[in-house]
Design a protein around this ligand. Structure first.
Ligand code: 5AD
Ligand code: SF4
Length: 488
């Protein structure tokens, strides 16, 4: 339990009901289609004698999670009720990820399952969206082998969910709408916020970095920053709606502001967000080491609301591998940044992403990664086995590393990063820290789960009335990656 999800930015659809034609302008055009869908869904509701339900599955990163909140907002306004029961849902929508191959394979597996559901209930609706749909070979496969899918759309047009649903409900054929670029961002849409007290806020879309292993620039397009006025406006609205913590979202937040007419950087934006009254915590995701400025480090130090957690993806510790990854920094620069962050903000937790088995990675290269792990002493690390993504430069690099070597390196890396993280986290034992209570504990009866500023979780006795509050907690017992505590 994490508090009831709420409909944010609800749109008054009544005045769009009587319109004869869809307006050309966004977002009014979508309000019109939401009103039209609401009418159609209302008729089906009457026939069935109950509300229609939607099962909304999201995988992947925070961006996808945010997109799915917008999709759910639209579907809620149309009249769908959210359900966890996929097997009986009237509509199933999957927001997909394609960063690594196994995510794709899982989707095909689930499509097989959906096919069996739809054979029994032919009027159920199936929609697929997100990053995986931006790949041509995926859409071709769906067209060929999964003809029962009703709606396919990508990452740039999620705001059109209502229009595409309307097309499907009135047309009868599979509706496919995939764009190849970001044609403009439509923001003024409803959203069902997963947590009443915290929210992601997009500050920019896309990525210009083209790391050679990564598919993101191909499926999420070029970097585009939102104006600071739009961002501040949205956060103020969220705060009015009960939000105490925001996560500023972008693939590469450190290059925020490039291409905007205003004179702004991510550091300046942090100071502005920090000034918003009523807001208590600020997080952000993700930073690229090549663009991490001293100004940003000082901004984090100076802005008391900015959480003491920095996620700084390393990817590899080897200079040759970093070069072939097109990362634009070397080991020395990376370790220099870690030192500067820790010297300037002593209580900061630093976490990272590491890829093992990039094409051509030798034993010596891997030892360089292990060396950085020992020196940087991360508070946490996501470790990934390199996954070949069709269309990225690295997919055609020679010397793909054999699976058994990768597995050995991966296991060694994982056990070291886990041991170090556990040591670092345990060092806080017996301290009192502030925790934002995020929900009831799933495992321990009568306990709540809270998040510390440094992103470590703590479980302590408490009840539902604490959800969304920030309370002081004594960290009694370290369990390696989390704490058992007690409110003081
Ligand atoms: N293979 C393995 N890991 C990848 N990542 C991105 N692309 C790949 C890939 N092809 C990892 C990076 C990134 C994180 C979000 O996913 O470490 O920081
Ligand atoms: Fe991918 Fe690199 Fe962009 Fe991150 S910065 S999304 S790893 S291309």
């Amino acid at each position: 339990m994490k508090g009831e999800p709420e409909l944010f930015n609800e749109i008054d659809l009544d005045k769009y009901e009587s319109l004869k034609e869809a307006p050309e302008n966004e977002p009014e055009r979508q309000y019109y289609y939401m009103a039209k869908c609401r009418e159609l869904i209302g008729l089906i509701e009457k026939k069935k004698g109950r509300k229609l339900t939607v099962y909304n599955l999201v995988v992947g990163c925070q961006m996808n999670a945010k997109d799915s909140e917008k999709i759910q907002g639209i579907l809620t306004q149309i009249g769908f009720e959210k359900t966890d029961a996929e097997e009986t849902a009237d509509m199933v929508i999957y927001n997909t990820c394609t960063v690594r191959e196994n995510a794709n394979l899982k989707v095909y597996g689930r499509l097989g399952y959906l096919n069996s559901l739809k054979r029994e209930r032919p009027d159920m609706l199936i929609a697929m969206c997100g990053c995986m749909m931006q790949e041509k070979h995926v859409v071709d496969t769906i067209k060929e082998k999964y003809r029962f899918v009703d709606i396919v759309f990508g990452t740039y047009n999620i705001y059109k969910t209502a229009e595409l649903l309307y097309l499907r409900l009135t047309g009868g054929n599979m509706v496919i709408d995939i764009w190849n670029e970001n044609k403009g961002i439509v923001e003024e849409l409803p959203a069902v916020r997963e947590y009443p007290f915290k929210s992601g806020v997009n500050i920019m879309y896309g990525c210009n970095n083209f790391c050679t292993y990564c598919i993101v620039p191909y499926v999420r397009g070029r970097e585009k920053s939102r104006t600071s006025a739009d961002i501040i406006d949205e956060i103020k609205k969220l705060v009015k709606d009960g939000v105490r913590e925001v996560m500023l979202l972008g693939q590469n937040v450190n290059s925020y502001g490039k291409g905007l007419e205003e004179d702004i950087t991510f550091a300046k934006l942090l100071y502005m967000v920090n000034d918003i009254e009523g807001l208590e915590r600020i997080r952000f995701m993700t930073s690229h080491p090549k663009d991490l400025s001293d100004d940003l480090i000082y901004a984090i130090r100076d802005c008391k609301k900015v959480c003491r957690h920095f996620h700084l993806p390393l990817q590899s510790g080897s200079d040759t591998v970093l070069k072939r990854m097109n990362r634009h920094y070397d080991q020395e620069r990376y370790l220099g940044l870690v030192k500067k962050l820790r010297d300037t903000i002593p209580d900061i937790a630093i976490t990272t992403d590491i890829i093992v088995g990039f094409p051509g990675e030798t034993d010596e290269d891997f030892e360089e990664t292990m060396k950085v792990v020992e020196e940087a002493r991360f508070d946490g690390a996501f470790t990934f086995i390199y996954s070949k993504r069709t269309g990225t430069p690295a997919a055609s690099y020679p010397d793909q590393v054999s699976a058994d070597i990768v597995k050995k390196r991966f296991d060694r890396l994982l056990s070291r990063v886990q041991a170090i993280a556990s040591e670092r986290i345990s060092a806080h034992q017996s301290k009192v820290m502030e925790a934002m209570v995020e929900g009831m504990d799933d495992h321990l009866e009568g306990y709540v789960t809270g998040r510390l500023s440094n992103n470590v979780m703590v479980h302590f006795p408490g009840d539902g009335s604490l959800i969304g509050k920030i309370v002081p907690v004594m960290l009694k017992e370290s369990k390696g990656f989390y704490y058992i505590g007690e409110m003081v």
